[in-house]
Write a protein that binds this ligand. Structure first.
Ligand SMILES: [Zn+2]
Length: 82
């Protein structure tokens, strides 16, 4: 499993602590679709998994921040997220 975290309006959230059931369902489904898209991504050179942070002021304006051991992995993951 890859590491996916959410930060909304400066606050770290997860489907468990986000508040409303609607938001929780939204975050959970986003988490699932990210996992589906990049869950198997791994750097062939360093054998590392990427980390993804989903960040935004609110759930309607989210950006992905990808971090990993090298540019190639990050680019690869970004492509898959589009
Ligand atoms: Zn690498």
């Amino acid at each position: 499993m890859i590491d996916i975290s959410f930060e909304i309006n400066g606050r770290k959230v997860s489907p468990r602590n986000i508040g409303s059931a609607l938001e929780s369902a939204f975050v959970e489904s986003l988490q699932q679709s990210i996992t589906k898209a990049v869950g198997s991504a791994r750097c062939p050179e360093h054998d590392q998994k990427p980390k993804i942070k989903v960040k935004g002021r609110n759930l309607d304006s989210l950006n992905f921040e990808v971090s990993g051991c090298c540019e190639q992995l990050i680019e690869n993951v970004k492509k898959k997220l589009k």
